[in-house]
Design a protein around this ligand. Sequence first.
Ligand code: COA
Length: 273
Amino acid sequence: MRDGLGREVRAFAAGKMLAWAEAGVGHAVFNQPDKHNAISLDMWDGLAAILDEFAADPGIRAVVLEGAGERAFVSGADIGQFDAERGDAEAQRHYERRTRAGRARLAGFEKPVIAAIRGYCLGGGLGIALAADLRLAAADAVFGIPAARLGLAYGYDMTRALVAAVGPAEACMLLFTGERVGAAEALRMGLVNRVVPVAEFAAAAAALAAQIAQNAPLSIRAAKLAVAAATADPGLRDMAGLEAAIAACFNSADYREGRSAFREKRPPRFTGA
Ligand code: COA
């Protein structure tokens, strides 16, 4: 289907996930606005399917995750499914298995991912944002981890990402209190990279994605692997993969193009090869 701006938008998870692409940037949209974009099980499957397509498309150089509407990025897991899908520890293990594909797809995604955050970014929604490489927040963004108010707990991966971003003391503050913090406080603690006034947010997100999409894809891939290695548990560092990615840069046509463009004082045209 085409949206109001004439973009070809594809629906996943019965329309609760949307995907569109423009100018080298793939957009995955959490689209359950009547629940502040709470993420249900089928939305995890939809996210994995969208990321598979973006990974396979060489024309996509960067991915933006965003929430539909103006009020939320993602308000966490869909609590409406908790009785049926997460009622006790055994059900939770099943729920974890169901969401694993989507979480693993996002965690291992090869291309740069930006979380563009307006409004509520809570619980599992914050987990999704933390799994992105960059977090751009609008001034109206609100962050929090209400697990202790609900009686549930998050697994290791999300907590590790949280601690890597804000350090253990701020992580404990967010986890123990369950309190919500605004964009300025989130910026102070390192939860987000930048905060942008609401009126400038869409343009800022588009400009950031475009800037990254224009850069050399193999360089960014190597950088992403290096950052992942720097923050991974020592036994899980993919040093061989990183070395291969660095070698691929130095052997690439894009590296030659980068040098030529510099000499000729013109913008480079990278192809990812
Ligand atoms: N799962 C399911 N439904 C959700 C939801 C979630 N995570 N977050 C919001 N909703 C629903 C509300 O139940 C409400 O539905 P209703 O209109 O049928 O009553 C609708 O979204 C609008 O939310 P509402 O609470 O009326 O909006 P608000 O602006 O007053 O508050 C929040 C917004 C996000 C602060 C509040 O909805 C909230 O605390 N949600 C739960 C967040 C959470 O605990 N997430 C972690 C889950 S692990």
